[in-house]
Design a protein around this ligand. Structure first.
Ligand SMILES: Cc1cc2nc3c(=O)[nH]c(=O)nc-3n(C[C@H](O)[C@H](O)[C@H](O)COP(=O)(O)O)c2cc1C
Length: 151
């Protein structure tokens, strides 16, 4: 399975998360490609078997660049599974919802999503590594099994 992991970051947390996702995918024996959303366009990203998106919350939702990328991807990639992760520092984030909304125009289907909190200035919540690798493994099994939504 070829898995594309596309992240956006300002302070590096989502890059860290995306790198761990990449390792988890590779260790499970699949092909992993990591892209900063600033350096990839939707046409280049089309054709993967599984997508994982990771982005921060900016003013309540996912950043404009990520949402715009997702809207474009949903136009060129008419089907296929994906998972979403958003980081946040307050509980009222709607970053996940904004990414789901951006992807809702096409036929791609969400397998699962999660949020990771920031503790303090730039630290990710305790135990984030386990949460992220379990999440990634869950996406891989769901995609491989061709199952519907996990939740
Ligand atoms: C311009 C800006 C706006 C932000 N707005 C929110 C917000 O509305 N809610 C929230 O929970 N966190 C907010 N944050 C905190 C970011 O979510 C946090 O810095 C980010 O998740 C860290 O990810 P990164 O290290 O990959 O950039 C904001 C950060 C910035 C820079």
């Amino acid at each position: 399975m070829r898995c594309l992991i596309i992240y956006q970051t300002t302070f590096g947390s989502n890059r860290k998360i995306a790198k761990l996702m990449e390792e988890t995918v590779s260790q499970a024996g699949h092909e992993a490609e990591l892209h900063d959303v600033k350096r990839v366009d939707a046409e280049e990203a089309a054709g993967a078997d599984l997508y994982i998106f990771s982005a921060p919350t900016h003013i309540g939702s996912a950043p404009r660049r990520m949402r715009s990328f997702l809207r474009s991807l949903a136009r060129v990639q008419r089907e296929g599974p994906y998972g979403l992760l958003a980081t946040r520092s307050t509980p009222d984030s709607e970053a996940v919802e904004s990414m789901l909304q951006a992807l809702s125009g096409g036929g791609m289907r969400c397998l699962s999503y999660m949020t990771v909190c920031l503790d303090g200035k730039d630290g990710l919540e305790q135990g984030w590594e386990r949460k992220v690798s379990d999440f990634t493994e869950g996406l891989l099994s769901a995609a491989a099994a061709g199952r519907g939504a996990l939740r």
